[in-house]
Design a binder for this molecule. Sequence first.
Ligand SMILES: [Zn+2]
Ligand SMILES: [Zn+2]
Length: 585
Amino acid sequence: MFISVIPALKMPFGHCFFDYEISEGEAHIGDLILVPFRNQMIAGLVAKKSPKSAWADKAIKISNPRKIAKLPESIADFCIISARESFVSPPTMLNAWLRKIPKRFSGETHISLRNTTLPKDAKKNEVRYLVNRYVGALGIIETVTTNQANGRVLLLTPWKHRVEFLSTKLGAPSLHKDIAYGEAWRIWMNFLNNPHGILIATRLGAWLSIIADVVILDEPENDDFKQDELTPRYDARRIVKLAYDFNPSMRIISIGTTPNLADFAENAHLASMSPTIDSDIEFARLDTMNRSPLEMLTNEAFTAMEEAVLNKNPIRILHTVLGMRGRVRCADCDWLMECASCKIGLRNMQNHALCPRCENKTELPMSCPRCGSTNLSKAIIGSEGLLKICMANFPNADIKVLDLHEWVTQPIQQNSLLIITNIAYIGGYVEDIRKQERLVLAFRRFASQACVAKCKLIFQGLSPLIDIAPSWLEPQGLAKQWELEIKDRQEFLYPPTQKICKLIQIGKSEHANMIKLKLEEICVKNPDWRFRGPYPIERFAKTREPRSIFHILPSKTATRTDLINELSVLTAYGIVDLDPIAFFC
Ligand SMILES: [Zn+2]
Ligand SMILES: [Zn+2]
């Protein structure tokens, strides 16, 4: 008997199996076993069994292979298809799933026992939109605990800090990238062994949906479910969908706050399902007439701060400009200090000037080299500068100025005053066609958070954004905004109206010409396909190599398999992404 095994090792695209001959004992499809490989024993997944092998004379003979775990048979095909979609080899995908494999195993074979019941009237794929996604009969906490009776529950959430929060609330184990490998292995083995287990994980636990009975997606509208830097780049939401096709007993329950544009385009009714967010929110116009004594803060914000200080409530300000000042600019003659190599304005960091692109540090000048003025403060204030003036005005108050990352990762205390200095920046910094969509999603998330934590929230901003934003709190306004967005995307040929695959070429831009030739060939073969690019992407920091981006626009009728078949050849030249979440990075 021959078996084809997917080894848990990083291997180039195109590699798939290693064949072994079993002389004694047995192995089944889906078994995770130890196999000899280049003088060591490694873990491998049995993907096929056959009396014959094309590599029979080369196949290593093994007897009574050591079994680590018995996984469902379908895991082999699930791994192969997930790998194909991400344009990596199945061994690389398996390696990314299992991560570091322990040197020693306990004696027993772990078996994924099932004890699944489908509750009456339960939908196989259910979508919920809630302001408070945690508490209440439909919220995550109760959904997890009630579904535990029906089988194994896997809760997937976009961020590590959210995993930890939910893990504490539920008293259940968590899995994310900072959990040591040995411990992570033990955690998922326990999940496998317990037919009513609960596991809370970031995207790296998404593959476990193949052994779960109920998969709960927290905030499915959030793009952080996508691994978008390293390879394999996969989207946890897509992995769950694939597992759904292989795992007949599985149910998906998505619990979000706002349908994203792609989901809305598929089903416009979702907008009306999204809740009205009714909380204490004020909108304040950033204009010269509305300036408070504190730079960057409006009269509304200032008054609310006075009140919060009086009531001893914490004040949290979201301000995305770092340092003392966004730039070093002369207030008298408008001179701007630039990076010598990047020719862009430097950030004022109190003790030095910093180039936001190449991260080079330069000494701050004492005075303007052009006019001699010592007032170099004509630039937007930075977070450090803002905190300084707030503390000077409200000494002893509990005030923090946070950037977007800190804002998203820190828990919000009840009854805080939350101030967003400029609503335009809450969606992140990536400048592309999806900017507005991210902003609307973030806006509704911020508003929901404030509602749940009973906080007062002030959005500052410029027209027209600050005028239109209040309408997004209501389903009708949201639907209207999404319709406008879809029109825009139609015009510029972007998803969801046009399918786009992205190709990222890293390193020397000369290689882009080679890719262009390949893409032209593909478009000759498929006359209704198009491509655009290369778009050169400037470096963000020292550590990042230059990149070029291509967009491939297949025909409407092209299936996923067509895309995979046509685009596989491009993996030799760059990273192919079938479902990009950003188009120019
Ligand atoms: Zn000057
Ligand atoms: Zn620079």
